[in-house]
Design a protein around this ligand. Structure first.
Ligand SMILES: [Zn+2]
Length: 484
């Protein structure tokens, strides 16, 4: 690959974490400049520059998704890159699992890693060792910093006592003798409001509308702020409301000392509704006027971004709105034509006499879905335990990486079977006997149509370049999520 006169194609990547910002850390611009010089000296071709500013990747920063980093992963898989250059090991990642996965990706796609002025080939044992030694050192530094904070929290966690701020719906219980906080209890004022919010959300009332109403009634968040659709949907997902402690993103099954405000089943339904950023569309009914924004997916290879609406600039003759991928920006399809196609498809499917069976079959499948979900949850805990063992040194990095990889492959496979299958109430209304779908469907509010479309099908839009062919049904791939 690198033997001939063909220059190495490299991607350079720079990052500064939030914690480092304002300190003496090298700026992203400086990191990239240094990497660019290195590449130039070696005669390599820089085919892309990726960056992340101010987003922490340490395990203690909560494993935030970094756009530049995500892009690097896409680059590695693209087959169009021979090496990735980073400025130092902690730029790649301090987290062992992430590092293990990253190493596997590099090996799988035969991409080299440039680090500390060395070009590593991770298929070679000594280079692999050099890389993981670097990760171990960076991890050790991060562990030392967080050890003290963790020690303090551990005691109260094991005792099932809450820490941090008091969530909306709860209040502090004060010991009258000592005046100290001894726990949490239901707040007589805000707990009923919280339950009403949950009921509204489960009935598919947009979070945006709920936030508006709370603000109008003068109700404030636990932190004393006004509400947004985002903090309504984030709030109800918190495990604290089912009486669970959360540590490093994993709910702990310790006996807690405060009451649950929401049933496990309702909580699970809400987590599914608002489970990922891709599903954020539940809360934006006010502004959305297309079927596919945030719902339909990009069909470009290696990309699973959702699409957004783009209006062509005034200078264009054709100003038809388009769907464009939010992540890779590749291609576009005309929004009205796509929506018309999907509307027709829904009408055709929902007019079929067996439509009531969709709902019945779905209820039956619920048991399987639950089993898959339980297994996913169990595997996630297992991976977490592996990571803990690796941190403690009870498990070698190599063993950890291979065990975690296997478990993650299972998680990925099972997660598909555990896909949410909650069919929206609006759909049940639509399949009542005597309802004429042909007139009822177009009359439905767009928010309801989006919810129904998303519960029944997944839609991928094939990328199309400028001045390409005419739009046709082949540009849209539809997969049914229902069993029937
Ligand atoms: Zn894309």
């Amino acid at each position: 690959m690198t033997t001939s006169t063909v220059p190495l194609r490299v991607i350079i990547y720079g990052r500064v974490s939030k914690a480092e910002k304002g300190k003496r850390a090298k700026s992203v611009d400086d990191q990239l400049a240094e990497l660019r010089t290195w590449a130039l000296d070696q005669g390599w071709t820089v085919v892309g520059e990726r960056r992340d500013d101010g987003v922490s990747v340490s395990s203690y920063g909560g494993l935030k998704v970094r756009d530049g980093w995500e892009q690097v992963k896409v680059d590695i898989a693209s087959g169009e890159v021979d090496a990735v250059l980073v400025w130092e090991t902690s730029r790649a990642s301090r987290d062992w699992m992430v590092s293990g996965e990253f190493a596997n990706e590099l090996i799988r796609h035969r991409v080299r890693l440039g680090i500390d002025e060395r070009l590593l080939d991770l298929t070679r044992a000594e280079d692999k060792k050099a890389y993981f030694d670097g990760v171990t050192n960076a991890q050790y530094e991060a562990d030392k910093i967080s050890a003290r904070t963790k020690r303090g929290l551990k005691t109260s966690r094991a005792a099932g006592r809450p820490h941090g701020t008091v969530a909306f719906g709860y209040r502090r219980i004060i010991d009258p003798e000592t005046g100290k906080t001894v726990g949490r209890g239901e707040d007589p004022v805000t707990a009923p409001i919280f339950r009403a919010i949950v009921a509204d959300l489960l009935n598919r009332r947009p979070a945006e509308a709920i936030a508006r109403e709370l603000n109008e009634r003068g109700i404030r968040t636990a932190a004393g702020n006004t509400w947004t659709g985002g903090n309504v949907s984030r709030m109800v997902k918190r495990p604290v409301y089912v009486g669970k402690r959360v540590h490093a993103g994993v709910a702990l099954d310790v006996e807690t000392t405060w009451p649950a405000l929401i049933s496990l089943a309702d909580h699970q339904a809400l987590v599914e509704m608002y489970g990922s950023d891709a599903r954020d569309h539940w809360r934006t009914s006010k502004v959305v006027n297309s079927l596919g924004t945030g719902v339909f997916h990009c069909g470009a290879q290696g990309c699973d971004g959702t699409v957004r609406i783009v209006t062509p600039p005034k200078t264009r003759r054709d100003r038809t709105k388009r769907y464009q991928c939010r992540r890779c920006y590749k291609g576009w399809l005309p929004q009205p034509a796509v929506d018309e196609l999907i509307d027709d498809l829904m009408i055709a499917r929902l007019s079929r006499p067996d439509v009531a069976e969709i709902l019945a079959a779905d209820a039956e499948a619920d048991a399987d879905v639950q089993a898959a979900k339980d297994e996913v949850a169990r595997l996630k805990l297992y991976v977490d335990e592996l990571r803990e063992s690796a941190h403690r040194g009870d498990l070698s990095v190599a063993d950890y990486a291979s065990m975690a990889k296997r478990a993650n492959a299972d998680i990925e496979r099972l997660a598909k079977a555990a896909r949410p299958r909650h069919l929206p109430p609006a759909l049940a209304d639509l399949v009542e006997p005597g309802v004429d779908i042909r007139t009822a469907w177009p009359a439905l509010p767009i928010a309801d149509r989006r919810v129904i479309v998303d519960s029944l099908i997944s839609v991928e839009l094939e990328p199309r370049g400028r001045g390409g062919h005419e739009f046709g049904p082949d540009d849209v791939t539809v997969a049914w999520k229902t069993t029937a």
